[in-house]
Design a protein around this ligand. Structure first.
Ligand SMILES: [Zn+2]
Length: 374
């Protein structure tokens, strides 16, 4: 199936490359048709009832520059994900869609506290998503694709249930890595005004159990938020983290050479190789105006930061991991070596045992070798 949108400069189809996806929201990646069908089952009012028009409504609302209309898209997806059956279906389809896009390992994140409106209990909700992921992995295998998937549970930073969600995450840790269980905790929601330090109990619980943490930080808010994610949250990765650029002063260098002075936080993030879960298209949408050329992704990569490429919300951003790669390659002239680097970085940053991460690295190397030979 040839589709120009996925073809990289040089002719390789980005979907054929093995990819690792660390930052993808379950409630941001539904198929429009599924939203329509789930809404019908529970009598949920939609802004559009035709799947194609609804898909467009999601993309346009997300890209309107208005936070209110951006958030209204999640009111719809979360609104139709309030039963075990709905959660199971959405998780299952997400895994199938990712596998179809060539993703070999993914961490899907979601906030259980937002799915209890129709009587579901938190443990039941997590069990439903776990089952859905397992079904999706089996479906993908039947279609000849290998994918491993885990969950991250998000506590909402504007709420007061993060410690409870951290405990929930700990209770549902996967016994077999990559088979649907929970592998870490995330802090999500409106960043400005809700610093990680407000949720010390949740982070302490995770730390005491040596349970991995990532935090949305440096997406809407700046360096203080990143600092709090690292110090108070003990985050092993940063969700987006792109505002780390605020701590970098670029100075004019010779042609093709980036020279910069790094502040202490940027230096720490770079030198400790703290992975940045960057989602370029989503960043442009949530950040209002701006073009990919102005996004700090390339600057961070050139300076040696550990950057990974993510989708964030596939439905709202009209994207996939492969599309993010083709967009970046077209904008910044990346070749297969660059794209492989992003995958190695993501594999190394996965919340998996080191042996499993090494295995992912081998799969990436083999897949990119194959693509080069074709
Ligand atoms: Zn996110």
């Amino acid at each position: 199936m040839s589709d120009e949108r996925f073809i990289l400069p040089g002719g390789v189809d980005a979907r054929a490359l093995p990819k690792v996806l660390l930052h993808d929201h379950l409630d941001g990646g539904l198929r429009p048709r599924t939203v329509v069908e789930l809404a019908e089952e529970i009598g949920f009012e939609l802004p559009e009832r035709d799947p194609e028009l609804l898909g467009r409504w999601f993309r346009e609302s997300a890209d309107s520059g208005s936070l209110t209309s951006y958030l209204s898209t999640f009111a719809v997806t979360v609104g139709v994900m309030q039963t075990a059956q709905a959660l199971r279906r959405v998780a299952r389809e997400a895994v199938v869609d990712l596998a179809e896009d060539g993703v070999i390992y993914a961490e899907l994140r979601w906030a259980p506290e937002q799915h209890l409106g129709r009587g579901l209990d938190p443990d039941g909700a997590v069990r439903a998503v776990t089952e859905g992921i397992r079904q999706g992995i089996a479906d993908a295998r039947d279609a000849g694709r290998r994918i491993r998937v885990q969950q991250l549970l998000c506590g909402m930073r504007q709420g007061d249930r993060t410690a409870e969600i951290a405990e929930l995450a700990l209770r549902h840790q996967g016994a077999a890595p990559g088979q649907g269980g929970v592998c870490g905790f995330d802090l999500a929601g409106p960043e400005i005004g809700f610093p990680p330090s407000d949720h010390q109990d949740a982070f302490d619980l995770c730390a005491e159990e040596f349970f991995p943490v990532t935090v949305h930080a440096g997406e809407a808010d700046g360096l203080d938020s990143i600092e709090s994610a690292l110090l108070d949250g003990r985050a092993l990765r940063l969700g987006h983290g792109v505002r780390i650029a605020d701590d970098i002063e670029v100075i004019a260098g010779a042609e093709d050479e980036v020279r910069a002075v790094l502040g202490p936080i940027a230096e720490w993030v770079k030198d400790r190789r703290i992975p940045l879960e960057v989602a370029p298209t989503s960043n442009l949408h949530s950040g209002g105006a701006g073009t990919l050329a102005e996004h700090p992704f390339d600057l961070l990569y050139e300076l040696g930061f550990t950057v990974t490429v993510n989708t964030d919300n596939r439905l709202m951003s009209g994207t996939s991991t492969s599309l993010e790669l083709t967009r970046l390659a077209a904008e910044f002239d990346y070749d297969l070596e660059d794209l492989a680097q992003f995958q190695y970085a993501a594999a190394e940053a996965a919340f998996l045992p080191s042996e499993d991460r090494d295995r992912l690295t081998d799969l990436i190397a083999d897949g990119f070798d194959e693509a080069r030979d074709e």
